[in-house]
Design a protein around this ligand. Sequence first.
Ligand code: COI
Length: 360
Amino acid sequence: MSHHNLEITVHECAAGQCKQRPDENNLGFGQYFTNHMFTMRWNIDKGWYDARIEPYGPFSLTPATLVFHYGQAIFEGMKAYRGTDESIYFFRPKDNFARMTRSAERICMPALQEELALEGLRTLVSLDREWVPRAAGATLYIRPVMIAVEPNVGLRAATDYLFFIIACPVGAYYPEGFRPTKIYVEDKYVRAVPGGVGEAKTAANYAASVLAQKEAKDKGFSEVLWLDGVERRNIEEVGTSNFFLVIDDELITPPLQGSILPGITRDSVLQLARSWGGKVSERLVSIDEVMAAAENGRLQECFGTGTAAVISPIGELTYKGRTVQINKGEAGPMSCRLYDELQAIQFGRQDDPFGWRVIV
Ligand code: COI
């Protein structure tokens, strides 16, 4: 099979195999999946082959499959949005697949055939388009994944990979919705170090975060804010989102230096805010600076940005036993404006001056 052919075999599920769609007003996050999935395979001699749409269902993999042992796995998060005129949009989908190729290179997986992945995504969402919700704020969350499937327990790059895309209708990521979350500033565990895999969207980064997240949840927090892995001093990211703050009207987010995820929502927020003309900085910011700014009234807002989380305002930070409230625990004007504007572009309610929207 040619490495450059965009042919996708489509096997639709039989009428009796199709699932009922869930109640759109009670979707939660990540529990219901559409009727189909896209898969393709890669072999060291053949390249990408066997691109197909199939009924959503289990894979059969032997216990020796490499991903089960050494975790060669990467993923992406994207969404499809339904406009009021029933058009369906993706948001910067090429950027997701380009990032996936960068993640792949970091952990010795093959580069994605990005055009084919995009074509697979379009075919899948077109087929399951009824699953793109109509309820306010609800979307179809899309999860592309690549895993090592060669059966072998030697530690090395696999010779065979499986790429798949599944999709699930979702509501807000946090049960709080747009209400501000409480965040625990993590000072015991670290997520990433220079030279590590922090900027790749690998499953390993998320596995590394679960214990800290669980301990924070047990103490009543929604999430942790990670500090840099060497000095535990500079702000990095929240496990599910990039971190932004506003001090003295300056919008600040940490720079991409290899240990944080290069978020597509992060980049969109920077472009939007720059277009509004305020002061916007990508710079190192220490937790001491943040706590001091909060204590002398200069910290105006904190929020997370991500595909799943969108703009997620932060109402409280707790660091080494000190808790500071931000903007009286309310979402601030910058968070609200970014949320409204970004969603208006994503759902097609507003012009798209940056060319981010792609119609399905
Ligand atoms: C996303 O925002 O799409 C992500 O991949 C984060 C994940 C933890 C839900």
